[in-house]
Design a binder for this molecule. Structure first.
Ligand SMILES: NC(=O)c1ccc[n+]([C@@H]2O[C@H](COP(=O)([O-])OP(=O)(O)OC[C@H]3O[C@@H](n4cnc5c(N)ncnc54)[C@H](OP(=O)(O)O)[C@@H]3O)[C@@H](O)[C@H]2O)c1
Length: 241
């Protein structure tokens, strides 16, 4: 019996035409309508982000499982896993571990999508696995031109490999510095990940047993990493060591 693992999507806002996503570890614009859409897309799901993005946001995003990648982090509250109701924060030491937590938490929550929310290092790291991109292009024109230290989104969305599901031009509303274009793109040949589970007479019991084993691995990893981001045993062999 197989359990399908969640599909990976990107959510990103970049300037047009220069493709900037960040400057001085923050967003170089104010776009309230995009923040509202971001919330609607990601709420109740697992989100994966890099440590610099987490620092820039300043807190775990509420009602989401926040997985943060860092090789080096020291936690201000001393714990690699923190939980408060539906909000959770997990520090992960590498992409494999992050994806392991994302899969386990998504299967537990019956969610079929995981969102990588940046920054540029994360979009590069999960590039081969991404099936869908929620792309906001902030139509800054000449007002924001690229500077040497800007962070940019350079992911290749070749139309031979990606189809556009929707695209709309949005005038700037209240709280928006610029108009924008929102596009949803989907990979034509989607990557479907699944795992074999064979213990249990029904699919839901097999899932339950699998989840129980993964939560044990969670606990072991947490105990082994009291002061560092958590690392779990090699799971998927999807990333270069
Ligand atoms: N416009 C948008 O949609 C959007 C979205 C998100 C972010 N941003 C912007 O993007 C900028 C930040 O992006 P960024 O690319 O500089 O940083 P980032 O991707 O947010 O974080 C980079 C950090 O992630 C950790 N990391 C990266 N690869 C890792 C791996 N394989 N294993 C373990 N840890 C890993 C490292 O943390 P350690 O150094 O702790 O080891 C690294 O310094 C900010 O300006 C932010 O505002 C924009």
């Amino acid at each position: 019996m197989q359990i399908e693992l969640p599909s990976i999507s990107y959510v990103v806002a970049r300037s047009w035409p220069d493709g900037i996503i960040g400057r001085d570890n923050t967003l170089p614009w104010r776009l309230r309508s995009d923040l509202q859409r971001f919330k609607a897309i990601t709420l109740h799901h697992v989100i994966i982000m890099g440590r610099r993005t987490y620092v820039s946001v300043g807190r775990p995003l509420p009602q989401r499982v926040n997985i943060i990648l860092s090789r080096t982090a020291k936690f201000d509250d001393g714990s690699s896993i923190w939980e408060d109701g539906e909000t959770m924060r997990i520090w992960a030491e590498d992409c494999e571990s992050a994806l392991f937590f994302a899969d386990v938490m998504s299967v537990a929550k019956d969610q079929s999508d995981v969102f990588v929310i940046g920054g540029a290092e994360m979009y590069r790291a999960f590039g081969d696995l991404c099936n869908k991109v929620y792309l906001t292009e902030v139509l800054t024109g000449e007002a924001i031109r690229r500077e040497p230290n800007d962070t940019v989104f350079e992911y290749d969305l070749d139309p031979r490999q990606w189809r556009t599901l929707e695209s709309q031009l949005l005038p700037s509303g209240s709280g928006d510095d610029y108009p924008s274009r929102f596009t949803v793109l989907e990979r034509k040949a989607k990557l479907v990940r699944s795992i074999e589970v064979d213990d249990g007479p029904t699919e839901s019991q097999a899932k339950k047993h699998w989840l129980a084993r993964q939560f044990d691995a969670f606990d072991r990893a947490r105990l082994a990493s009291p002061e560092r981001p958590i690392k779990v045993a090699y799971q998927y062999r999807l990333f270069q060591p």
